[in-house]
Design a protein around this ligand. Sequence first.
Ligand code: GRG
Length: 303
Amino acid sequence: MSDSVPSLAPDAELLSEMDSMRAQVETALAERLEFDDGCPARLADAMRYAVLAPGKRLRPLLTLLASRACGDDTLRAMPAACAVEFIHAYSLVHDDLPAMDDDDLRRGLPTCHKKFDEATAILVGDALQARAFEVLATELTPARVAAEACAALGRAAGATLLVGGQADDLAGAGGGDERSRLEAIHHRKTAAMILVSLELGALVAEATGEQKAALATYGEKFGLVFQITDDLLDARGDEQEVGKRVGKDADRGKLTYATLVGIEESRQLVERLVAEAQAVLEVFGHAAEPLRLLARMLVDRTK
Ligand code: GRG
């Protein structure tokens, strides 16, 4: 097909491409959770249980698709995609612990500490964090890209962003009005991991400054859409389908977009943000079609 006549793949074709990419992610994650005799069997089982449970794999897809949008047609970004999912899975395991959000259900299954025990769940998180950085450091090339990826993921998952956001959320800390508190917590707990997923894909593909900037803007908007739709699912979703407890935000009087601006306005905001997220990808042309579709898919998600 000529480069000058780009034809938009129909959604069905793109969807099946994304399904196959997701399947490749599953295999890649499983391969990186094979340990030699040094790893206690129960710990290895619990790590695999937490990671390989049926998650949506949004963050690894963002990494791979960002890399592709920036011109890398290979799966060279797969180690980075696995690393972000390891950090994400650890954060869910720890968030579900009794000392934090105290949940029994995750990805439609008993949470890690319910299936195993609390000490094992804590260790699963510890080991997944270490594994994420080991994978980046040993598998990404060249060494400069590996080092930059470790630094970027460490920052996003660290004390100022993911962990700091969780700490402030648990402490009910943070100044300003309700909206800015909500946005700050969202930025640190949710958006930071989404942004770094895209950033790692761009890093592997040696993206230009313009491409990196476009992905950052897309990520901000995608992250917000993800958070608002997560709030809507908590407010309106079906527990079986969502695969985790719903209605807990309202039960705890928690600040969410659904409670702050209302369900209807949240939906309108989502529509606007998706259109903006898609528009900012113009710089990539056809190569960003899957990222456009992924943003749109968030709107109708049921889990
Ligand atoms: C324990 C350091 C630490 C942080 C926890 C993940 C988290 C931070 C808190 C969970 C509550 C929260 C902020 C939810 C926001 C949205 C979110 C991260 C949902 C789960 O992600 P999905 O929907 O899950 O992508 P799957 O299971 O599909 O991977």
